[in-house]
Design a protein around this ligand. Sequence first.
Ligand code: NAD
Ligand code: TYD
Length: 343
Amino acid sequence: MKNVLITGGAGFIGSNYVRLALQTHLDWNVVVFDKLTYAGNPDNLTDIAKDFKGRYSFVRGDIADREAVFGAVQDNNIDIIINFAADTHVDRSLMEPGAFITTDVYGTFVLLEAAKEFKVSRYHQISTDEVYGDIDEPNRSREEDRLHGSSPYSASKAGGDLMCLAYFRSFNVPVTITRGTNNIGPYQYPEKVVPVFVTNAIDNLPLPMYGDGRQMRDYQYVLDHCEGIDVVVNKGVPGEVYNVGSGVETRNIDVAHAILGLLGKPHSLIQPITDRPGHDRRYAIDNSKVRALGWTPSHTFAQAIEKTVKWYVDNEWWWRKIKTGEYLDYYRKQYAGREVSAK
Ligand code: NAD
Ligand code: TYD
């Protein structure tokens, strides 16, 4: 059996990965290590705790807490560390950058120290295409491109990536990195654009569209991303970085129209608001390196958005309780008074 520490496993992508990993690797014991910030949600793991009793356990802890991390790695005799834990939302990083540096940079350093000390067989870092900054058409970011993050979030993630590569080069820690594009799918906290738009549309509330809505992202289905991560964890070469994404970009305005069309809601719900400061115009990646390991995405954008919308329609129990209290305070602070009239 292999003992695998999955940090941030109570979040959106982490919980989807934990489910996939336990289904596909029958020789893995998984320990989720998660601080349970506002974005960490035990509801994301309820079925896993039931279905995989005996191969799954949970430790509440902070990746920036050396004692807690070293304890979890030593006590569970960990062979592999996969780090999903991060502060992840660009808009929150513009409001309060400090937590991003603590978790995404310092926390990554603490995990790398544990990987080095306990000689794990693999340390895998979940990163993002945002570390490249935006890129003009028709170009695509490649793994060797310079890092040029625009927000405190992307700069912190770039710091984490560089620390990983330094631990590979200086200490031979067997590190791999995946840089994923924007994910959509089940269990995404409703601060990211797709769950904001879907849950607002269900309730006939405005869809807040930054700027002209012509910014482009590569929106991939979360399970495609998780499969890409899994291929790299198992077949990737230490010291190497792999972009993971569909390779197809969609404009935010088209995402909004797709969601409203699927839900049968009026397109007049789209509400232009003032733009995000430093807003990256276009992310686009070259995914040929991960494809060479045998991975291909299984969902088109149309399939991914349809499955995602259906999940939120079918799982109101999950998101309605989130859209209360702290969330509403955040929403007001983030969006109030930003409406601009449509051109
Ligand atoms: P999320 O915000 O849904 O979840 C983050 C998880 O990390 C939560 O469970 C939270 O409790 C935990 N966490 C935060 N700080 C922690 C700390 N100090 N110690 C321990 N746990 C902590 O995030 P997500 O969208 O699932 O993203 C997961 C990873 O994937 C992140 O590293 C993110 O940068 C990366 N990523 C995300 C996307 C995307 O579209 N969401 C795209 C590419 C890469
Ligand atoms: P987001 O989901 O925050 O991901 P990221 O900024 O990490 O790519 O935003 C995706 C795109 O959607 C981005 O161009 C900003 C835009 N956006 C809106 O137009 N309105 C919103 O309310 C949000 C949250 C994002």
